[in-house]
Design a protein around this ligand. Structure first.
Ligand code: PHE
Ligand code: CO
Length: 296
């Protein structure tokens, strides 16, 4: 454990801003948060809670309530862990910023979820290019209480350790799966499409854009399709993939990916905004409803 947690962010260099990686696991320095830090949490928390009614997945909203997170203060990891560890065996650990890939995979494989200890500055309220405490806690932690999703996250970590040993292309394929599910996934509920991706729920603009804008494609989950699809990290997504349930996600990703990586190595990647003839596309029908092509 580090005695003095640092705040590690992208750094400005002559090549532009570059991400800096850090491996330390740190105690959350809770008493060091300023009034401004707590106020930033309050602003973001209240704003997203309002926006996410009717937009976020049912499980996300229910689980968030179970954690008892409030706008009044930045939550203490230890207190969240009391419920989380008992419920699904996951533990939140404090980190200083982005982790090297293998370190990240190893934490997930052992049911440890790394949470950035620091929160963005007031001028970064609407956009920050790297994960901070708000993204990690507000965005990722609620679904770790869902047993199926909790298992999926661990399986992803195990798959990551394996992909890391296979090579760069396998890692690219696997990272796209994380991106289009854990970070930017949508789920089809009875009431319509809902958000479960952490990158969306922690963003005011994208929470609205992903469901309400006519611009992006919303395509039914398809493992190999996702693993071939490129993505941008600095704009709203051009494509979202829609699951029917967390069980579907778990089932579809259970097979050994090794032969899939080999198969995909022969195929071109797919541009972020493309729609293929084989895609099942969701369209907004009459009223508020969403239906996929082929739905009656
Ligand atoms: N089945 C995957 C593999 O063999 C592991 C995995 C599971 C990866 C779930 C991602 C998500 O690599
Ligand atoms: Co994230």
């Amino acid at each position: 454990m580090n005695a003095q947690p640092r705040r590690v962010e992208h750094q400005q260099t002559d090549k532009g801003t570059v991400p800096i990686y850090t491996t330390a696991v740190v105690e959350q320095p809770w008493s060091s948060y300023s009034r401004e830090d707590h106020a930033t949490w309050a602003t973001l928390f209240e704003r997203q809670q309002r926006i996410l009614v009717g937009r976020a997945a049912r499980e996300f909203l229910e689980n968030q309530r179970k954690f008892g997170m409030t706008p009044h203060a930045i939550p203490k990891f230890d207190e969240l862990n009391r419920l989380l560890t008992r419920a699904t065996g996951w533990t939140l650990i404090g980190v200083e910023g982005l982790l090297p890939e293998l370190t990240f995979f190893e934490h997930l494989a052992n049911r440890r979820f790394p949470v950035t200890w620091w929160i963005r500055r007031p001028e970064q309220i609407d956009y920050i290019s790297e994960p901070d405490l708000f993204h990690d806690l507000f965005g990722h932690v609620p679904l770790l209480l869902n047993p199926v999703f909790a298992d999926y996250m661990q399986a992803y970590g195990q798959g990551g350790v394996k992909a890391h040993g296979i090579g760069a292309q396998a890692l690219t394929n696997l990272t796209r799966l994380y991106w289009y599910t854990v970070e930017f996934g949508l789920i089809k509920e009875d009431a319509g499409l809902r958000i479960y991706g952490s990158g969306i729920v922690s963003s005011k603009g994208e929470s609205i854009h992903c469901l309400e804008s006519p611009a992006p494609n919303r395509i039914a989950f398809d493992l190999k399709r996702i693993m071939r699809t490129r993505y941008r990290i600095d704009t709203y997504q051009k494509t979202y993939f829609v699951i029917d349930s967390y069980e579907q996600l778990m089932r579809a990703t259970a097979p050994d990916f090794t032969p899939i990586y080999a198969e995909l190595a022969e195929l071109d990647s797919i541009p972020a905004g493309a729609v293929l003839p084989t895609d099942v596309v969701y369209h907004r029908g009459t009223g508020e409803g969403w239906a996929a092509d082929g739905d009656v």
